[in-house]
Design a protein around this ligand. Sequence first.
Ligand code: ADP
Ligand code: ZN
Length: 761
Amino acid sequence: MRFVDVALPVPLRRVFTYRLPEAADAHDRVEVVVGHRVAVPFHGRKLAGIVIETHDRTPSFETRSILGLVEPEPVLSRELGEFLREAADYYLHPLGEVLRAALPALRADAVRGLRRRGAIGDVDELHGARVSRRTETIARRSRAPLPARLGPRQREVIAIVEARGEISLAELEALQPGARAHARALAKRSLFDLEEREVFADPFFASPVDRDAPRTPTDEQAHAITRLGAAIEARETHTFLLHGVTGSGKTEVYLQAIAAVRASGRGAIVLVPEIALTPQLVTRFRARFGDGIAVLHSELSERDRLEAWERLRRGEVSLAIGARSAIFAPVRDLGIVVVDEEHDPSYKQEEGFRYHARDMAILRAKRAGAIAVLGSATPSLESFQHAQRSQLGGRGHHVMLELTRRATERALPKVEIVDLSRTGAGPSGDPLITLPLHRALEATLEAGDQAVLFLNRRGYAPTLRCKRCSAIASCPACSVSLTEHRRAGMLRCHYCDFATPLGTPCALCGGPDLEPLGLGTEKVEAQLERVLPSARIARLDRDVASGAGVEEVLARMRRREIDVLVGTQMVTKGHDLPGVTLVGVLLADQSLAFPDFRSAERTFQLLTQVAGRAGRGEREGRVIFQTFQPNEPAITCAVRHDYLAFAKDELGKRKELGYAPFGRLVAVRIDAPDESLAERVAQELATLARGTDACVRGDVDVLGPAPAPIARVRGRFRQRVILRGRDRKRLREIAIAILARIDEGIAPARATVDVDPINML
Ligand code: ADP
Ligand code: ZN
């Protein structure tokens, strides 16, 4: 092989061909294989790129030679490399950028100072920061006999080290200030051996967990586990949809399937929607498998991420858990990929490389010869439809596994509807804290139980209106109203960083008085504190908790230090809070109003998930949905815990409109600093699309251009064009034509192409 094609971290939709250097002696020649990282010259810079292909096809242009290997081992296995290529191709995204997004540990700017050990020549300076590893120095007694003459402090240090066998200098110093210097001096006299060792520090491993043993599965769990086990043993590559009601014990099924994979010496990836919101799940995995787990999460430092990545690549650890980007983890010999809460919209990456981690999980599992297990109480209609078709003997490709009952004796909670158009406010006077809800809260508190209230709107009030001219306070850069954050004393835009102090006069008439309208979680908390003075009220939303803060609130809830927890969709996630017997949804219709074809599905999912938080412990649960639309199927079906009825109704509507899972979409989003430019570019791209063969033949519809539902964000005007069709190939042809036009340059306008879009705002 004389040439290599290299993917570089540059926004170009192509790879670059370089020459391999001639070796003076065949002996010296270092073999470069797919997955190796190489340093190459690129427009006067040195960049690190990944070898995608090696070949002997002499290019028609002058090639330059690679500068060297960045490290002796390939960083990507063939399996992972090919998967990433396919992902880049599917989403029509530059491979170099896909690699960069997928492998945060390997960012080009993280390789400076790494030296190659092969025979090609030194890679000295690659731009960017140095990768430093955290190490600690361990002290141990050497075999050298102790001399007679030692100071009393030195004797103490020796005594500690002998008692402990080995100890880090940092810990030694903490036990006895000044001991570090003594230890170093003793090492000089050969009485101590010092050793540098890498440390692996991670907040998810901060506290030890007790080990647990597999539980005796329920009949339904046993059926699922057996079916998965058979697939693992036979090395099938099916996708399974584990549809299990909330509390049915899906996690136990994952655990036992993964145990089977591990027993056969293979690896596993577990995807969770947001790792900060699911600390319990990580704990359960640790309890079952010990610390041989790599937890990949956004709070890891670059160094720790690299560490975790390396441990997986070397095969020291074979189980990776993380949010969407963990689908790219370099787990060896993959046997299973689990996607928990597969319906969750956070699996879609919404900027840069816009991929859907659930779809990529299916792809990677297939390529790696592994099974994919998608779990949910409320499967996405896409996944459900695939499983449906296969049950009916059709072309569908998912195998359905069902858990219809809770794993514990508890039945699903009873759900009541409060019709907001006929029900008055309780003592707080706020129309969304109705009298029935207030009474239910009182009863719960009286029984010594806990309640969760869900309202998907943070802040105190979502809108402020000028008392003089009735204008609504809105963001100067975005077409949205400002939210009052009373505790912080600010009005904030939830789409950009704009903030202004509370008390800022009306922007239109200068009127001094703005009146808050509507209700956010902060105000619910304040109102409840007023009318339920003896209750301990807490809030869970992005304003009060992020990262580890979430776990802290949940831990307080579990310790019963909170009676009522008010929160945004953070409270709807899979938390297992046995003391919760009441769940109240303040405004069930809220997400129904979204201009998005998935709004009913999203509403049904949120309601079902939050209802599932009630009655998971000893006592029966009770759920209240407050709504202005008590007859909407998304709401009535959630009341009855009837996923099948909802899916049937909603699939009927989707079929009529040609939306997923019956049709595919590609969203083209255009934005520009002025409105007319955005419109002009959008129009041009739509016209281009309409002129393609696929459109002319009627295989693909072009919808728009139209302003996006939020027409302006951060001072840029937004337009969109939607491509809709059944055939992926046809859609792809048009998307490629549009991308080619975008790549020619449309500045200062910008445009992106989103294959299988989720966010329609
Ligand atoms: P899901 O993820 O389906 O909502 P979980 O996995 O959180 O459900 O399980 C709900 C509860 O049931 C947990 O407390 C779990 O420990 C318990 N559980 C699961 N399987 C069993 C079993 N086979 N026997 C007893 N308890 C179980
Ligand atoms: Zn704004």
